[in-house]
Ligand binder design. Structure first.
Ligand code: TPP
Length: 543
């Protein structure tokens, strides 16, 4: 632990770091400056793993991904004013995903408040909209209390974000060490069962349902309920549909996984189980509130076995649609003509990637089509734009995943599949990845634009003799950008692929290089599209 500073005194920085260690914080991500440099240094000295990032937003994404993977918040450490404001997107994303995170912001000295202090900003108020708990410890000796409370708020109930504001004067101020009382580590989350009457009611409802569906969300992954969900699904024979990050709670290739008929299943289902929110869009008949592990166990005991044998009409209807959809994407995937399309690229990536890799993904088409073709076998092995649909999360999530894998699952690979626009939001984190030698494979699916772009010839024609700001489509990015050459500034070589054999060689080589990052730039047809969707109601605005 941390030593006292001089004689009987200790400064606010070390009280803070002691409290973080005491609460079991393992990872800290941040961008340092006044007044938090000393916090990062003291944290490292105390054994907290510190990762210096290039932007606070990405640092906040990384810290919350650690929260998702471990159940314990990662810390994001930032400076006052703009540093803190850059984390707001991250805080909102964590709240939306229900992932625990603790942001710690330095702030201007208290005795200068209201006098135009350096980077002065109403930080506690700014964060309070996007946090479960946002506070400034009023005195050094109260820091441990507020750290304990911030950690508890991030983890208990519905997980989310906490913010603690530490003025420079508090961090550098000193108190007698004997006046500081450390708070005990936050006990594990209390869990509850659902009401037994409601469980029986739900079991009866399920037994009488015509078109039931289990929706497996990322809450099941976060709550480590994989075994209980598995037993419930296996016993009942119910079809299940994973949400994007619920993929892998049960393996995607499980015979009851109905993801290929996702739209039909959602459209026609009459009973949902394991839904995260009650009565939000449709008033549910029975709502079971409790810890998912416990409630699935209760429900499994209450329902009869083999409720939905595979020859029931509902199963036949879902399977027929799943078969048809698989056929369409297989046909698209077989088309290896150049330039490549999304389906061909993802079909081959699926063949090449190890089944236990963590897949991080963002983009629009890249993420949506990738989700259907890149299969997950294990829980918490897919991290993507999530509930809030946030672009820019990918590299931060990949960095957190790589650290987690290094410490808890050595040898596991992290593959970050990015749209070219999505990559741009946090692209400079490639330097972070190289600095910490994280063996992440970043694959950019490059279509020269947001959703779709233009080829070089069309782009030149459109801009010719025109004001570029009037002529260039807002969805366009510069065609044929060699993103792989970014690696040259880190003294490395990336991969530029236009065909499947080139992609295969690049991915295989990147997988062989187990101790270094790789960046693969795959060019696809700028006009490549998703297959047409039967039901637009899933994406259509209700207003
Ligand atoms: N800004 C943020 C922070 N989040 C967003 N979701 C958007 C903007 C709007 N948006 C949605 S997807 C996307 C953008 C900018 C990028 C899509 O392009 P790309 O990543 O290249 O993937 P593609 O669809 O081309 O495969």
């Amino acid at each position: 632990t941390v030593k006292e500073m001089s004689g009987e005194e200790i400064d606010g920085t070390h009280v803070l770091v002691d409290a973080l260690v005491n609460q079991g914080v393992e990872y800290m991500f941040g961008v340092v400056g006044i007044p938090v440099i000393e916090v990062a240094v003291a944290a490292q000295q105390a054994g907290i793993k510190y990762v210096g990032m290039r932007n606070e937003q990405a640092a906040c994404y990384a810290a919350q991904a650690i929260g998702y993977l471990t159940g314990k918040p990662g810390v994001c450490l930032v400076v006052s004013g703009p540093g803190l404001l850059h984390t707001i997107g991250g805080l909102a994303n964590a709240q939306s995903n229900c992932w625990p995170v603790l942001v710690i912001g330095g702030s201007s000295d208290e005795d200068q408040e209201g006098m135009g202090a350096f980077q002065e900003c109403p930080q506690v108020q700014s964060c309070s909209l996007y946090c479960k708990y946002s506070a400034r410890p009023p005195r050094i000796d109260t820091i441990p209390y507020h750290v304990a409370k911030a950690m508890k708020c991030a983890m208990y109930g519905r997980p989310g974000a906490s913010y603690l504001d530490l003025p420079g004067s508090t961090l550098s101020g000193r108190v007698e060490e004997s006046t500081v009382v450390q708070f005990p580590r936050c006990p594990p989350l209390p869990v509850s069962l659902a009401s037994p009457d409601l469980v029986s009611e739900a079991a009866t409802l399920l037994a009488g349902a015509q078109r039931p569906l289990v929706v497996v969300g990322k809450g099941a992954a976060y709550g480590r309920a994989e075994e209980e969900v598995y037993r419930l699904v296996e016993k009942t024979g119910l079809p299940f549909l994973p949400t994007p990050m619920g993929k892998g709670v049960l393996p995607d290739d499980h015979p009851q996984c109905i993801a290929p008929a996702r739209s039909r299943a959602l459209l026609e289902a009459d009973v949902d189980a394991c839904a995260e929110e009650f009565h939000n869009s449709v008033t549910g008949s029975v709502a079971l509130l409790g810890d998912l592990k416990m409630v699935c166990g209760q429900l499994e005991k209450a329902v009869p076995g083999s409720l939905f044998p595979s020859h029931s009409p509902w199963w036949s209807r879902l399977k027929e649609k799943a078969q048809a959809n698989i056929q369409i994407s297989t046909k698209l995937a077989e088309d290896t003509s150049l330039p490549l399309n999304y389906y061909t690229v993802f079909h081959h990536l699926q063949q090449l990637l190890p089944s236990d890799c963590i897949i991080v993904s963002e983009g629009a088409n890249t993420m949506d089509i990738g989700r259907t073709l890149l299969l997950n076998k294990y829980p918490r092995h897919r991290l993507d734009a999530g509930t809030f649909g946030t672009m820019g999360v990918g590299l931060g999530y990949a960095i957190a995943s790589a650290l987690w894998a290094r410490d808890h699952a050595p040898g596991k690979r992290i593959v970050c599949v990015e749209g070219d626009s999505a990559f741009g939001f946090s692209g400079m984190e490639m330097e972070t990845i190289y600095r910490y030698k994280l063996p992440i494979i970043v694959i950019i699916v490059n279509n020269n634009g947001i959703y779709a772009g233009l080829d070089e010839r069309m782009f030149e024609e459109i801009q010719e003799g025109m004001d570029a700001t009037i002529a260039t489509p807002p969805t366009s990015l510069l065609p044929n950008v060699h993103y792989e050459r970014i690696t040259a500034v880190f003294n490395d070589t990336g991969y530029y692929c236009k065909s499947i054999p080139e992609l295969q060689e690049a991915v295989n080589q990147a997988l062989r290089e187990k101790h270094k990052p790789s960046l693969i730039n795959v060019m696809i047809n700028p006009m490549a599209q998703r297959k047409t969707q039967d039901f637009d109601w899933l994406t259509r605005s209700k207003l």
